[in-house]
Design a binder for this molecule. Structure first.
Ligand SMILES: [Zn+2]
Length: 106
């Protein structure tokens, strides 16, 4: 188990909240994503998995949209494409939410 140490100044963040700014140097940190936390390889892997999941959702959305297009062409109706487009839109929203999560505040 790794200690939660500020990646910039080395301040002990173990008593601090999961996400926030370092009390010592005001650097943004996230224990969840491992951002600006010293030696948090496991947390970085988790963050990478989160991004992979976001990309997988985008791929799923594109496949859904393609299936809707094929169905609409085969059946000669626009309704399946409209339904698939809504599903794809929801998947893209979920992907966007996954990808922007744990980003530092401006
Ligand atoms: Zn610091």
């Amino acid at each position: 188990m790794t200690d939660d140490i500020c990646g910039k100044c080395g301040y002990d963040l173990s008593a601090s909240s999961v996400m926030g700014t370092c009390p010592e140097c005001a650097t943004f940190y996230s224990k969840q994503s491992g951002e600006n936390i010293r030696g948090s390889q496991v947390n970085r892997a988790e963050n990478w998995l989160g991004r992979a999941w976001g990309i997988a959702l985008i791929v799923a959305a594109l496949i859904t949209l393609s299936c809707g297009g094929i169905l609409a062409t085969t059946l000669g109706r626009a309704k399946p494409l409209a339904i698939m487009a809504v599903v794809a839109f929801v998947l893209i929203l979920a992907a966007a939410a996954t990808l922007v999560r744990d980003r530092p505040q401006p």
